[in-house]
Design a protein around this ligand. Sequence first.
Ligand code: SAM
Length: 219
Amino acid sequence: MEFPRKFYKDSELTFLWHYMMTIGEQNLPQQVLQPESLFETKGEKLVLEIGCGKGAFLCQYALNFPQNCILGVEWDAYCSNSTAKKIAKMKLKNAAVMRGDLFYFLRDLMPAGSIDEVHIYFPDPWPKRRHHKKRLALREGFLEQIYRVLKPGKRLFHWATDHEEYNTLALKAFRNFPNAKILQENNAEPTHGIETGFEKKYKKEGRKIYRSVIEFSKP
Ligand SMILES: C[S@@+](CC[C@H](N)C(=O)[O-])C[C@H]1O[C@@H](n2cnc3c(N)ncnc32)[C@H](O)[C@@H]1O
Protein backbone atom coordinates (compact mmCIF):
# COMPACT_ATOMS: atom_id res chain seq x y z
CA MET A 1 0.00 0.00 0.00
CA GLU A 2 1.27 3.47 -0.85
CA PHE A 3 1.43 6.25 1.76
CA PRO A 4 2.49 9.84 1.34
CA ARG A 5 5.86 10.42 2.95
CA LYS A 6 7.63 13.51 4.16
CA PHE A 7 11.36 14.22 4.13
CA TYR A 8 12.63 16.47 6.90
CA LYS A 9 15.71 17.25 8.93
CA ASP A 10 15.80 16.34 12.61
CA SER A 11 15.73 19.51 14.70
CA GLU A 12 18.10 18.19 17.36
CA LEU A 13 20.42 15.85 15.53
CA THR A 14 21.25 17.79 12.40
CA PHE A 15 22.93 14.83 10.67
CA LEU A 16 19.65 12.90 10.85
CA TRP A 17 16.96 13.07 8.17
CA HIS A 18 13.58 11.38 8.23
CA TYR A 19 11.59 10.03 5.31
CA MET A 20 8.46 8.93 7.08
CA MET A 21 4.86 8.11 6.27
CA THR A 22 2.40 10.88 7.00
CA ILE A 23 -1.20 10.37 8.01
CA GLY A 24 -3.76 12.90 6.87
CA GLU A 25 -1.45 14.90 4.62
CA GLN A 26 -2.36 13.70 1.17
CA ASN A 27 -0.93 16.37 -1.10
CA LEU A 28 2.69 16.74 -0.13
CA PRO A 29 4.71 18.91 -2.51
CA GLN A 30 6.94 17.05 -4.96
CA GLN A 31 10.32 16.55 -3.34
CA VAL A 32 13.50 16.69 -5.34
CA LEU A 33 16.55 15.72 -3.37
CA GLN A 34 20.00 17.09 -3.97
CA PRO A 35 22.02 14.50 -2.05
CA GLU A 36 24.96 16.87 -1.54
CA SER A 37 22.66 19.11 0.53
CA LEU A 38 22.57 16.40 3.25
CA PHE A 39 26.24 16.95 4.14
CA GLU A 40 28.19 19.81 5.64
CA THR A 41 31.01 19.28 3.18
CA LYS A 42 31.44 18.43 -0.49
CA GLY A 43 32.62 14.92 -1.34
CA GLU A 44 34.50 13.48 -4.30
CA LYS A 45 32.31 10.36 -4.03
CA LEU A 46 28.84 9.72 -2.62
CA VAL A 47 28.66 6.33 -0.91
CA LEU A 48 25.40 4.73 0.26
CA GLU A 49 25.19 2.28 3.15
CA ILE A 50 21.90 0.41 3.31
CA GLY A 51 20.74 -0.62 6.80
CA CYS A 52 23.66 1.03 8.62
CA GLY A 53 22.49 -0.17 12.07
CA LYS A 54 24.17 1.85 14.82
CA GLY A 55 26.72 3.27 12.38
CA ALA A 56 29.94 1.36 13.16
CA PHE A 57 30.95 0.96 9.50
CA LEU A 58 29.57 4.32 8.41
CA CYS A 59 31.45 6.38 11.01
CA GLN A 60 34.74 4.54 10.55
CA TYR A 61 34.45 4.91 6.76
CA ALA A 62 33.74 8.66 7.11
CA LEU A 63 36.75 9.04 9.40
CA ASN A 64 39.09 7.10 7.10
CA PHE A 65 37.87 8.75 3.88
CA PRO A 66 37.25 12.43 4.64
CA GLN A 67 37.29 13.19 0.89
CA ASN A 68 34.07 11.13 0.37
CA CYS A 69 30.55 11.55 1.72
CA ILE A 70 28.66 8.57 3.12
CA LEU A 71 24.91 8.37 3.63
CA GLY A 72 23.43 5.65 5.83
CA VAL A 73 19.82 4.61 5.47
CA GLU A 74 18.23 2.93 8.45
CA TRP A 75 14.56 2.50 9.23
CA ASP A 76 14.88 1.69 12.92
CA ALA A 77 14.50 4.86 15.02
CA TYR A 78 16.82 3.72 17.82
CA CYS A 79 19.59 2.68 15.40
CA SER A 80 19.34 5.78 13.19
CA ASN A 81 19.47 7.97 16.31
CA SER A 82 22.53 6.09 17.60
CA THR A 83 24.22 6.63 14.24
CA ALA A 84 23.39 10.34 14.24
CA LYS A 85 24.71 10.72 17.79
CA LYS A 86 27.94 8.97 16.79
CA ILE A 87 28.32 11.26 13.76
CA ALA A 88 27.81 14.31 15.98
CA LYS A 89 30.20 13.05 18.68
CA MET A 90 32.91 12.30 16.12
CA LYS A 91 32.23 15.67 14.40
CA LEU A 92 31.98 13.99 10.99
CA LYS A 93 30.95 16.53 8.36
CA ASN A 94 30.98 13.93 5.57
CA ALA A 95 28.42 11.52 7.08
CA ALA A 96 24.64 11.64 7.39
CA VAL A 97 21.85 9.19 8.11
CA MET A 98 18.30 8.94 6.85
CA ARG A 99 15.59 7.19 8.89
CA GLY A 100 13.04 5.44 6.69
CA ASP A 101 12.56 2.59 4.26
CA LEU A 102 15.46 2.48 1.84
CA PHE A 103 13.30 1.25 -1.03
CA TYR A 104 10.97 4.26 -1.04
CA PHE A 105 13.83 6.64 -0.34
CA LEU A 106 15.60 5.44 -3.49
CA ARG A 107 12.48 5.28 -5.59
CA ASP A 108 11.01 8.65 -4.62
CA LEU A 109 13.91 10.88 -3.66
CA MET A 110 17.26 9.83 -5.04
CA PRO A 111 18.03 11.25 -8.45
CA ALA A 112 19.23 8.83 -11.14
CA GLY A 113 23.00 8.66 -11.53
CA SER A 114 23.86 10.17 -8.14
CA ILE A 115 25.69 7.42 -6.19
CA ASP A 116 29.23 6.09 -6.66
CA GLU A 117 29.14 2.99 -4.49
CA VAL A 118 26.69 0.91 -2.45
CA HIS A 119 27.29 -1.14 0.71
CA ILE A 120 24.83 -3.54 2.32
CA TYR A 121 25.99 -5.58 5.30
CA PHE A 122 24.02 -8.23 7.15
CA PRO A 123 20.56 -7.29 5.89
CA ASP A 124 17.80 -8.84 8.00
CA PRO A 125 17.53 -12.46 6.76
CA TRP A 126 13.83 -12.96 7.66
CA PRO A 127 14.34 -16.72 8.15
CA LYS A 128 10.65 -17.68 8.37
CA ARG A 129 9.21 -18.68 5.02
CA ARG A 130 6.19 -16.39 5.35
CA HIS A 131 8.56 -13.42 5.83
CA HIS A 132 10.81 -14.18 2.85
CA LYS A 133 9.11 -11.51 0.78
CA LYS A 134 10.52 -8.88 3.18
CA ARG A 135 14.11 -9.68 2.23
CA LEU A 136 15.38 -6.38 0.96
CA ALA A 137 17.89 -7.58 -1.64
CA LEU A 138 15.27 -9.84 -3.22
CA ARG A 139 12.46 -7.30 -3.15
CA GLU A 140 10.92 -6.66 -6.55
CA GLY A 141 12.53 -3.61 -8.12
CA PHE A 142 15.35 -3.36 -5.55
CA LEU A 143 18.25 -4.01 -7.94
CA GLU A 144 16.59 -1.85 -10.60
CA GLN A 145 16.52 1.05 -8.12
CA ILE A 146 20.15 0.46 -7.17
CA TYR A 147 21.11 0.46 -10.83
CA ARG A 148 19.09 3.61 -11.50
CA VAL A 149 20.72 5.66 -8.75
CA LEU A 150 24.28 4.58 -9.58
CA LYS A 151 26.44 6.94 -11.62
CA PRO A 152 27.50 5.82 -15.10
CA GLY A 153 30.67 3.72 -15.30
CA LYS A 154 31.76 0.68 -13.30
CA ARG A 155 30.30 0.87 -9.80
CA LEU A 156 30.82 -1.40 -6.81
CA PHE A 157 28.18 -3.00 -4.62
CA HIS A 158 29.53 -4.57 -1.42
CA TRP A 159 27.49 -7.37 0.10
CA ALA A 160 27.87 -9.45 3.29
CA THR A 161 25.67 -11.83 5.24
CA ASP A 162 25.99 -14.73 7.64
CA HIS A 163 22.82 -16.36 6.27
CA GLU A 164 23.70 -19.07 3.75
CA GLU A 165 20.31 -19.44 2.09
CA TYR A 166 19.73 -15.70 1.72
CA ASN A 167 23.26 -15.39 0.36
CA THR A 168 22.69 -18.07 -2.29
CA LEU A 169 19.46 -16.43 -3.47
CA ALA A 170 20.96 -12.94 -3.47
CA LEU A 171 24.00 -14.06 -5.48
CA LYS A 172 21.66 -15.69 -7.98
CA ALA A 173 19.73 -12.41 -8.29
CA PHE A 174 22.98 -10.44 -8.78
CA ARG A 175 24.16 -12.94 -11.38
CA ASN A 176 20.89 -12.72 -13.29
CA PHE A 177 20.75 -8.95 -13.23
CA PRO A 178 21.80 -7.47 -16.58
CA ASN A 179 24.98 -5.38 -16.34
CA ALA A 180 25.99 -6.87 -12.99
CA LYS A 181 29.05 -9.08 -12.52
CA ILE A 182 30.25 -10.78 -9.35
CA LEU A 183 33.91 -9.81 -8.92
CA GLN A 184 34.53 -11.60 -5.62
CA GLU A 185 32.22 -14.36 -4.51
CA ASN A 186 31.96 -15.19 -0.78
CA ASN A 187 35.65 -14.57 -0.14
CA ALA A 188 35.94 -10.78 0.03
CA GLU A 189 37.64 -9.21 3.05
CA PRO A 190 35.90 -6.52 5.14
CA THR A 191 35.71 -3.44 2.90
CA HIS A 192 38.80 -1.26 3.50
CA GLY A 193 39.45 -3.46 6.55
CA ILE A 194 36.40 -2.03 8.38
CA GLU A 195 34.22 -4.57 10.16
CA THR A 196 30.56 -3.77 10.77
CA GLY A 197 28.83 -4.01 14.16
CA PHE A 198 27.13 -7.31 13.33
CA GLU A 199 30.26 -8.69 11.75
CA LYS A 200 32.25 -8.25 14.97
CA LYS A 201 29.50 -9.96 16.94
CA TYR A 202 29.07 -12.85 14.48
CA LYS A 203 32.81 -13.45 14.21
CA LYS A 204 33.01 -13.79 18.00
CA GLU A 205 30.23 -16.38 17.77
CA GLY A 206 32.26 -18.22 15.11
CA ARG A 207 29.68 -17.84 12.34
CA LYS A 208 30.69 -18.19 8.71
CA ILE A 209 30.51 -14.91 6.81
CA TYR A 210 29.78 -14.60 3.09
CA ARG A 211 31.21 -11.41 1.61
CA SER A 212 31.02 -10.55 -2.07
CA VAL A 213 31.74 -7.62 -4.36
CA ILE A 214 29.49 -7.01 -7.36
CA GLU A 215 30.22 -4.62 -10.19
CA PHE A 216 27.45 -2.79 -12.03
CA SER A 217 28.33 -1.39 -15.45
CA LYS A 218 26.32 1.55 -16.65
CA PRO A 219 26.76 3.25 -20.00
C1 SAM B 1 21.07 -7.00 10.92
S1 SAM B 1 21.19 -5.27 10.89
C2 SAM B 1 22.82 -4.95 10.27
C3 SAM B 1 23.35 -3.60 10.66
C4 SAM B 1 24.72 -3.22 10.07
N1 SAM B 1 24.70 -3.21 8.63
C5 SAM B 1 25.79 -4.15 10.55
O1 SAM B 1 26.31 -4.94 9.75
O2 SAM B 1 26.14 -4.07 11.73
C6 SAM B 1 20.16 -4.84 9.48
C7 SAM B 1 19.73 -3.41 9.55
O3 SAM B 1 19.02 -3.06 8.36
C8 SAM B 1 17.92 -2.22 8.72
N2 SAM B 1 16.92 -2.32 7.62
C9 SAM B 1 16.30 -3.44 7.20
N3 SAM B 1 15.47 -3.18 6.16
C10 SAM B 1 15.57 -1.86 5.92
C11 SAM B 1 14.96 -0.99 4.98
N4 SAM B 1 14.06 -1.44 4.10
N5 SAM B 1 15.29 0.32 4.99
C12 SAM B 1 16.20 0.78 5.90
N6 SAM B 1 16.82 -0.01 6.83
C13 SAM B 1 16.52 -1.30 6.83
C14 SAM B 1 17.46 -2.79 10.05
O4 SAM B 1 16.72 -1.87 10.81
C15 SAM B 1 18.80 -3.15 10.71
O5 SAM B 1 19.33 -2.10 11.50
